[in-house]
Design a protein around this ligand. Structure first.
Ligand code: MMA
Ligand code: CA
Length: 260
């Protein structure tokens, strides 16, 4: 603005001296000497103006730089805080993720445990249902939490055993005096779950357990390799067992268990 005005005045001084239009505004001293002095003063003026302008620009620039520096500083501080906050949040999330993973694994194993248990329960339920249906058939008797079946027909020891197994039972195992007395009470010549077929002279029950307490009749067992299957024979005496020929057709007694 200042420069403009100066130029304006100067150009007028050079070109429009005689113009009546400018006669009022042009100063009276318009000699060569005066013109030179005026020109020098205007140069100094311009220099000053330029210097001031540059100075102002420098100040403005400095202010701008300081402002920007502060601004950047503040911005940096904010970003650092944000970054730290995000790091903290990330740490929390990583911890949560770990505990959720552990929880998920825990639930997964609990789930497979539950599934396994429910499969077992369902198998046991089906087995008990089947046993209950069997018990409703004629020939079955309950005694001391077990069920016993006295056959109305005769079979070999092996076929008799197969029948018992087909109804989730087996030939009777006698492991108490009570059971021995109970077995005799039917007053029937019948197969029980005893054999020495595997090793001659070594009597075993059908569940694989060895014979400990026995109720052999007098002189029994006497059949060597000819008689490898156990039977109730002389039921009028407590010691009623005989070793008989396994292919003989006899009645039989099954025993059913409901728990181990
Ligand atoms: C039958 C048979 C044998 C038993 C004798 C006892 C004759 O054979 O049952 O196993 O030992 O009788 O006299
Ligand atoms: Ca015998």
């Amino acid at each position: 603005m200042v420069l403009h005005k100066e130029e304006y005045e100067t150009s007028a001084t050079y070109e429009e001296v005689g113009s009546p239009l400018y006669s009022n505004v042009i100063p009276k001293r318009h000699s060569d000497k005066g013109r030179k002095a005026s020109s020098a003063a205007s140069g100094v003026q311009r220099y000053r103006v330029g210097a001031i302008t540059l100075g102002l620009l420098a100040v403005v620039q400095l202010v701008l730089i300081i402002y920007l520096a502060f601004h950047m500083e503040a911005r940096n501080k904010n970003l650092t805080e944000e970054r730290d906050e995000l790091k903290r949040k990330l740490d929390v999330l990583v911890l949560k993720q770990d505990s959720w993973r552990a929880e998920r694994d825990n639930l997964t194993s609990m789930n497979s445990e539950t599934e396994g248990r429910s499969r077992t329960i369902s198998l046991e339920r089906d087995e008990l249902k089947k046993k209950l249906n069997t018990l409703a058939q004629p020939g079955w008797t309950l005694f001391r939490s077990r069920a016993y079946y006295i056959s109305p027909t005769k079979k070999s020891w092996q076929e008799s055993r197969a029948y018992c197994q087909s109804v989730d039972a087996d030939l009777m195992i006698i492991n108490s005096r009570e059971e021995q007395v109970f077995a005799n009470s039917f007053k029937l010549h019948m197969w029980i779950g005893l054999t020495d077929s595997e090793t001659e002279g070594t009597w075993k029950w059908v569940d694989g357990s060895p014979l400990t307490t026995s109720y052999w009749g007098s002189q029994e067992p006497n059949g060597k390799t000819e008689e490898n299957c156990g039977e109730i024979k002389s039921f009028t005496t407590e010691r009623s067992w005989n070793d008989g020929t396994c292919s003989l057709q006899l009645n039989w007694i099954c025993e059913m268990k409901f728990a181990q």
